[in-house]
Design a protein around this ligand. Structure first.
Ligand SMILES: [Zn+2]
Length: 136
C-alpha cells in the first residue's frame, strides 16, 4: 500500500467494513449514531439504548498483529512512530470511554471480512450483555 492510498483510506469515513456492520445492526433492530465527534476517539457507532460504542478498526492502521498488519518498507521511522502513536491512542481512548461509563466494542476489519456472521453474533451478544469491553 502506498502512502497516498493509506491517507485516502484514513480520510474516508464510510469505509466498507463499517457500512456492512451498521447495515446488519440496523436490520437487527439496533439504532445508533455515527461518528460521535464529541466522544473520545470519535467512535464509528454509538448504540443509543445500550450505551455501547463500536470501533471498526483497519488492521493495517491500528496494527492488529494479524497477517494484514504489514509495515511499509520505506520511511520506516515515520511509520513506526505513527503506528506506535495510534496504538497508544487506542488504549487511552478505550480507557477514557470506560471512565465515562461507555461499553466499548472493537471490531477488526479481518474478522468482518472473513468471519462476518460469527463476528456479528459476538457483537450482538456483547451489546445486549453486561461485559465492559470486547475485541472481536
Ligand atoms: Zn486483523
Amino acid at each position: 500500500m502506498s502512502r497516498s492510498q493509506v491517507m485516502q483510506a484514513v480520510h474516508s469515513e464510510d469505509t466498507k467494513p463499517e457500512v456492512v456492520v451498521r447495515r446488519k445492526l440496523f436490520q437487527e433492530g439496533f439504532r445508533y449514531r455515527l461518528h460521535r465527534h464529541d466522544l473520545p476517539g470519535s467512535p464509528d457507532l454509538f448504540i443509543l439504548k445500550y450505551g455501547v460504542v463500536v470501533f471498526i478498526n483497519g488492521c493495517f492502521w491500528h496494527q492488529h498483529g494479524c497477517k494484514w498488519t504489514s509495515r511499509p518498507k520505506s520511511n520506516s521511522d515515520y511509520w513506526n512512530n505513527k503506528f506506535a502513536n495510534n496504538v497508544v491512542r487506542d488504549v487511552k481512548t478505550n480507557w477514557e470511554l470506560s471512565l465515562l461509563g461507555y461499553r466499548v466494542a472493537t471490531l477488526w476489519e479481518c474478522s468482518i471480512k472473513y468471519d462476518f456472521e460469527h463476528s456479528m453474533e459476538l457483537l450482538k451478544t456483547f451489546i445486549e450483555g453486561d461485559e465492559e469491553t470486547i475485541e472481536i
